[in-house]
Design a protein around this ligand. Structure first.
Ligand SMILES: *Cc1c(COP(=O)(O)O)cnc(C)c1O
Length: 391
């Protein structure tokens, strides 16, 4: 595929190779293995001497289309799809790090990612220093001679704190480490970390890439050499994506741009309206001029994204009242869906961390997070207004 096509075109076309039947849509190859013409070809395929499909743990034509399409969108040389976002992070670390290596990660990363770095990798001799806040100097101070990976998510969940990808790539590279960015919240439509100097992009494809809440999936994107290592781990360790899930996700990519644009536009307008509401204490949204990293967000992202967090006046009781008055919004911790979701982070996604740690992270009892979907904005706002009016 011509690589000077625009992102809209790549999202719909990249990676497709038609079979002898000339199918218009991408075919779903629901097969775990592939047949060889003779013994010599089987040997050549297994040794890697001949390109071609072998066994679906590490090769499948449907998965290959998804990988090529996502790589094209991220502007990456290569992409490896995995069974979930978490297994994408697992595969990255297992492939590229070893006992004795050190990781610097932002404190404000996905809960399971924190557990993986903080409790699992430590048992295999890989230690992580978690950095609070988004100041590049704090990351620089955490670097050690054996630091091999810097890991961030931007914007952060749930407070939408924006991290300077170019500056952090500088910090990582000065220390001989790679910068990995979990690009789940923005997707390549709003932010392309590799163009800003990051080395690897991680995705939970479960979120916006599928975008319709159907399947689990993940991916790592980056240059050929590290991705070859990730591929070797996938082939051996097996955190592989189902061809069915890859097919659902690759069809999701075709509408990613129009979904991200529409959901972000609604989120911006919702953020503006909430900021003007007398019962709302504070709104966190990178697209608002009141956001502390608004300038950086404008530089680094195409828009503020589709996640809005806000504090109501009061505490847990008032926040829960807003949640419990919702008739339309789904009360669920998931995000990235066409259906708008609402979460009370302090009692759900961030409920297992201590009250002090939550306070330090700025996650108040009065905080709510809304992941804006495709419903009419007035209906989404009306659902929130119902509860806010009782405060
Ligand atoms: C959901 C999520 C993950 C984990 O993805 P799964 O597909 O659920 O394994 C990782 N990072 C972020 C930012 C997420 O939101």
């Amino acid at each position: 595929m011509k690589d000077d096509y625009q992102i809209d075109t790549l999202a719909v076309r990249a990676g497709q190779e038609r079979s002898q039947f000339g199918e218009h849509a991408e075919a779903l190859y629901l097969t775990s293995s592939f047949v060889f013409q003779n013994a010599a070809q089987a040997a050549a395929r297994f040794s890697g001497g001949e390109a071609g499909m072998v066994y679906a743990r590490f090769s499948n034509p449907t998965v290959a289309v998804m990988q090529e399409r996502l790589a094209a969108l991220e502007g990456a040389e290569a992409c490896i799809a995995t069974s979930s976002g978490m297994s994408a992070i697992l595969a990255t670390v297992m492939a590229l790090l070893k006992a004795g290596d050190h990781v610097v990660a932002s404190r404000a990363i996905f809960g399971a990612t924190q557990q993986l770095f903080g409790n699992v990798f430590t048992r295999f001799g890989i230690d992580t220093t978690f950095v609070a806040g988004n100041r590049p100097e704090s990351f620089r101070a955490a670097m050690r001679p054996n630091t091999r990976l810097v890991f961030i998510e931007t914007p952060s969940n749930p407070l939408t704190e924006v991290y300077d990808i170019a500056a952090l790539a500088g910090v990582a590279h000065d220390g001989g480490a790679l910068l990995a960015v979990d690009n789940c919240f923005c997707t390549p439509i709003l932010q392309r970390p590799l163009q800003l100097g990051a080395d690897l992009v991680i995705h939970s494809a479960t979120k916006y890439l599928d975008g319709q809440g159907r399947v689990l999936g993940g991916a790592v994107c980056g240059p050929k050499a590290p991705m070859e290592e990730v591929f070797k781990f996938l082939r051996t360790g097996g955190p592989s994506i189902s061809p069915f899930n890859a097919w659902v996700i690759l069809k999701g990519l075709e509408t990613l741009k129009i979904r991200m644009q529409a959901q972000s536009a609604s989120a911006l307008e919702l953020a503006r309206r909430l900021e003007a509401h007398p019962k709302v204490e504070r709104v966190y949204y990178p697209g608002l001029p009141s956001h502390p990293q608004h300038e950086l967000a404008l530089r680094q992202q195409a828009s503020g994204g589709a996640i809005v967090a806000f504090e109501v006046k009061g505490g847990r009781a008032e926040a829960w009242r807003v949640v419990d008055h919702c008739q339309l919004l789904s009360i669920t911790a998931n995000l990235g869906d066409t259906k708008t979701t609402i979460t009370h982070p302090a009692s759900t996604t961030h409920g297992r961390i201590s009250a002090e740690a939550r306070a330090e992270a700025g996650i108040e009892e009065s905080l709510l997070r809304v992941a804006v979907g495709l419903e009419a904005l007035d209906d989404i706002e009306g659902d929130l207004q119902r509860g806010l009016a009782t405060l």
